[in-house]
Design a binder for this molecule. Structure first.
Ligand code: F6P
Length: 328
């Protein structure tokens, strides 16, 4: 493989707090290594359309504290086609970009994998998503900030839930993963979490009501994962069920939506993004390719992208038990 002299960096899929810190780290670390860096705008959409700009160290000044992504992001339909990926590859060739760093979630890293497979491009993935659903890393960039945002919101909801003696179903993001719901429920002292990973034949709502929590408490908060895959979940669905099956309870729903994705990244996310960004450049120096750089037990690790996107990341059963025990 020829020596790297020039890299591109892009963000793709849903934005997440800390993406700017990652862009900054990749850019500065690459410049430190003596390489040229191109920022690619609007994710794969910009790669297809040649929205590429050379980045200097100053291009990323004053960004570490900002949410969103200065490179903008997109979910590109065209990149899902072989024709789109060929156009993307041509942009890389035109600018003599030897390797591409992709900061994004599952779909974005799967796209990177396809590009690498079809066009022999060197790609490095950084896990950038609030969902924390990438296998091989303990945390993804943005997850900690989103978790803290949710906990702040639930603390506020609790005030009104308590004052009115109500059950609140609070719906949070996570696509098909329950990390945000489960851990925010623990951190906010909620009564239950309804998550896709635990959606077996046991009815989570009946189980929660059946535990008799409402006998000892006047109000309760249930965190509910949005349900993208099977469409059976969602806070509205559970609220409707309680209204029908347990009409004695006063129920309300709050869907937190996109406010969970915004805001200043936490110190944890900034440090994580900085470490992973520097590690991405280190990985390239070592001749690594088609890997995601993650964090395990506070150590930087390399995970084949194929594994990171294909293997389901399980929720630790212990977390489910902790919540169940502490919400009595
Ligand atoms: O993957 C990040 C995420 O925020 C998911 O939690 C959510 O399901 C999805 O993106 C929402 O995407 P969009 O902003 O395109 O509606």
């Amino acid at each position: 493989m020829k020596d790297i002299q020039c890299i591109g960096v892009l963000t793709s899929g849903g934005d997440s707090p800390g993406m700017n810190a990652a862009i900054r780290a990749v850019t500065r670390s690459a410049i430190f290594a003596g390489w040229k860096v191109y920022g690619i705008y609007r994710g794969y959409e910009g790669l297809i359309n040649g929205e590429v700009k050379e980045f200097t160290s100053e291009s990323v000044s004053n960004t570490i504290q900002r949410g969103g992504t200065i490179l903008k992001t997109a979910r590109s339909k065209e990149f899902r086609t072989p024709e789109g990926r060929t156009k993307a590859y041509e942009t890389l060739k035109r600018h003599h970009i030897d390797a591409l760093v992709v900061i994004g979630g599952n779909g974005s890293l799967s796209g990177a994998q396809e590009l690498a497979r079809e066009h022999d491009v060197t790609v490095i993935g950084l896990p950038g998503t609030i969902d924390n659903d990438l296998y091989g890393t303990d945390s993804t960039i943005g997850y900690d900030t989103a978790l803290n945002t949710i906990v702040d919101c639930v603390d506020k909801i609790r005030d009104t839930a308590t004052s009115h003696d109500r059950i609140f179903f609070v719906e949070v993001m996570g696509r098909d993963a329950g990390f945000l719901a489960q851990n925010s429920a623990i951190a906010a002292g909620a009564e239950a979490a309804i998550i896709p990973e635990d959606r077996t034949d046991i009815d989570q709502l009946a189980q929660y009501i059946g535990r008799g929590i409402r006998k000892s408490k006047n109000s309760s908060i249930v965190l509910v994962s949005e349900s993208k895959k099977d469409g059976t979940g969602g806070a509205l669905h559970y609220a409707e069920r309680v209204r029908n099956e347990y009409p004695q309870y006063d129920v309300r729903v709050t869907i937190l939506g996109h406010l969970q994705r915004g805001g200043r990244p936490s110190a944890y996310d900034r440090i994580l993004a900085s470490r992973l960004g520097v590690a991405a450049v280190e990985a390239l120096k070592e001749g690594q390719r088609n890997i995601m750089v993650g964090i395990k037990n506070d150590q930087v690790v390399y995970v084949p992208i194929s594994k990171a996107v294909k293997i389901d990341k399980p929720i630790d059963r212990e977390l489910i038990d902790v919540l169940t025990e502490l919400s009595i």
